[in-house]
Design a protein around this ligand. Structure first.
Ligand code: GCU
Length: 591
């Protein structure tokens, strides 16, 4: 196609995003931040809503103010004049004109960098930006990442200068080939909504490290596997002072492994014992507080440290009425406190995507077990190869981020996905991938019920350790008696956790237990549900839907008003509904 000449060539470009694919980063580029001294780039950045994606389409990131002949160009942008946006934040919550904005947002800031040593390497690390992120430094693309809930790292050693111009374009749009796809029952917050850091290392950077109790060794062995990029051969040192461990680890081809005899005090919700662990190699050091425990499935039962456990849980979205998908330490601590102390729970299903890394860190400390999940939710493009790569990469990033977290006991590869051959291949491959990365956790998913023959039936279960079942008999399906028939018709060979069960109620809305949306209806619903669930021998846990009401774009009747109201607590995170006490008393007595 020849260009009319007097227009900017980019206005005719239809594949303007393609060149940036070359800068894609994923789990292999991810740098662990545990215990590192990092420099924060959080703060107020210039921001522009850019629905036509001109940062890319028009190569605005080059900031070319003059043409080849040195004439000033009439550029359409002027970054330093733009209003500021808080990083981290969800732009939906920062500006009312951006509440439903789901396209591209351009973030711009400067930063100064002075090398501390000749062999210094430097990285930009993002804890989370939704959904696709393009990173530009000093007029050049340096990184691109897909996935709205997992961290990513971009090495900028060769692109960084003393004075730097950093531009981050975040595409928050929905797409049927993304993970999740365009239809979700949770609000689509977007932006750079988690921390941004500069990381400095020497010539060698520890890229991944995994420390854990070795399963099936009578709790007597711990193992370390790690990878480093830089010095390929050498000696690393693993230290666990409280266990008297200071051990050299041989490194070959950038990898090191060791298994050691040790008898650590075991981590559990009742005794969340953590140990200071440090790994150093060729000038790089990572540190973490790590709990040692054994979580496994034997037959139809779930064991923690050799004892059978019933997973008394609840579901939780990362959703706050003021902060959107952002959260705070205080908010996390309060949620875990309510679950432990008031609900008598020991387990939280973090639905339906990786929550902030802070959640599992605090769960380790406070003692609660976690189900963590990637957003392979509903109608994913299961026959699309790049969709699978995206899903597997998000799972890989989640596992690398949290595999040293004792509280995380289950990796979930998805939720409520219609059964097709493509879905079976896609999700069983994800389950196999999770098993290949980590033999210290169970792999689960919210599976399917054969509603015609009224029994639990999902071929995906063959690839899983734990079968999750979401059921709403008595709510979406008004016939509550169907639950009993389904349970009596089923004979699963693995433990089942009821990963969702719930009914909507508006806090403060009262009436008879026959009236939808009343607290009394939800209370009676829970009373019938816990009686049925509690009497089924193959159900080894339940995480009802959901602890707090949460924002959802489709929920617009006069009781919901933009929120999914199945919470046991209102979106104010304070007002409990009557059903809360029903579940709490069930858990208080349930062994
Ligand atoms: C589904 C789904 C949830 C959803 C819930 C509901 O089971 O997994 O994400 O919010 O039902 O309808 O409330």
């Amino acid at each position: 196609m020849t260009n009319p000449g007097n227009f900017n060539p980019e206005i005719h470009s239809t594949d303007f995003r393609k060149p940036f694919e070359a800068y894609r980063v994923g789990r292999n580029e991810l740098v662990p931040i545990d215990g590192r001294k990092m420099e924060s780039l959080n703060g107020k950045w210039h921001f522009l809503a850019d629905p036509l994606e001109y940062m890319l389409r028009g190569s605005w990131y080059k900031e070319e103010k003059y043409d080849e002949a040195g004439r000033e160009k009439p550029q359409d942008y002027d970054f330093d004049s733009y209003p500021k946006m808080k990083v981290p934040s969800c732009w939906n919550m920062e500006r009312s004109d951006l509440f439903y904005y789901e396209s591209m947002g351009d973030y711009i800031r400067n930063f100064r960098y002075v090398k501390h040593s000749d062999d210094e390497r430097v990285f930009l690390h993002f804890e989370g930006a939704a959904y696709r992120t393009y990173v530009f430094l000093n007029g050049k693309p340096v990184g691109m990442h897909d996935g709205g809930s997992t961290p990513f790292t971009v090495e900028i050693t060769d692109a960084v200068a003393e004075q730097n111009r950093l531009i981050v374009a975040v595409d928050g749009s929905r797409s049927d080939t993304r993970v999740p796809m365009s239809n979700t029952d949770w609000f689509f917050y977007s932006g750079i909504y988690r921390d941004v850091y500069v990381i400095r290392t020497g010539r060698t950077v520890i890229k991944d490290w995994f420390v854990r109790l070795v399963p099936d060794t009578d709790f007597s062995e711990i193992a370390l596997d790690f990878e480093a990029d830089g010095l390929n051969e050498g000696t690393a040192v693993l230290r666990v002072p409280e266990l008297g461990i200071e051990k050299d680890v041989n490194v070959k081809e950038g990898k090191g492994s060791i298994v050691l005899k040790a008898s650590p005090e075991l981590w559990s919700p009742e005794n969340p014992k953590l140990y200071d662990v440090e790994l150093s190699y060729d000038g790089d050091t990572v540190k973490d507080r790590i709990g040692f425990r054994e979580f496994k499935v034997v037959g139809n039962d779930i064991y923690l440290n050799g004892k059978k456990r019933f997973m008394k849980g609840i579901c939780l979205h990362e959703d706050d009425i003021k902060m959107g998908k952002c959260t705070t330490e205080a908010s996390i601590r309060e949620a875990i406190r309510v679950v432990k102390e008031e609900l008598h729970g020991v387990f939280i299903r973090l639905a339906h995507y990786p929550h902030t890394r802070l959640f599992a860190k605090i769960a380790d400390e406070m003692g609660i077990m976690l189900w963590e999940e990637i957003p392979v939710y509903w109608a994913i493009a299961f026959d699309n190869a790049s969709t699978y790569k995206d899903a597997e990469n998000q799972l890989g990033e989640l596992i690398r981020r949290d595999h040293n977290r004792a509280s995380v006991v289950i990796w979930s590869v998805g939720n409520e996905n219609a059964d097709t051959d493509a879905r079976f291949r896609f999700m069983s491959s994800l389950a196999d991938f999770a098993h290949s990365q980590d033999n210290t956790r169970a792999v689960g998913a919210a599976c399917l019920v054969n509603e015609v023959d009224e029994r639990i039936e999902d071929r995906l279960a063959d690839s899983l350790d734990i079968i999750g079942i979401n059921e709403y008999y008595g709510w979406y399906n008004p016939d509550f008696s169907k639950l009993g028939r389904v349970l009596r018709n089923s004979a699963p060979s693995k433990p089942v956790i009821i990963t969702e069960v719930g009914a909507g109620a508006r806090a403060g809305n009262h009436g008879t237990s026959d009236m939808l949306w009343t607290e009394e209806f939800q209370e009676e619903f829970y009373r019938k549900q816990v009686a049925e669930i509690g009497s089924c021998s193959f159900i080894k846990g339940v995480s009802p839907w959901i602890l707090y009401d949460f924002r959802a774009e489709r929920r617009f009747n006069s009781y919901q008003e933009g929120f999914n109201r199945k919470g046991l607590i209102d979106s104010d995170r304070k007002t409990k509904k009557l059903a809360f006490a029903v579940l709490a008393s069930f858990y208080e007595t349930k062994e």
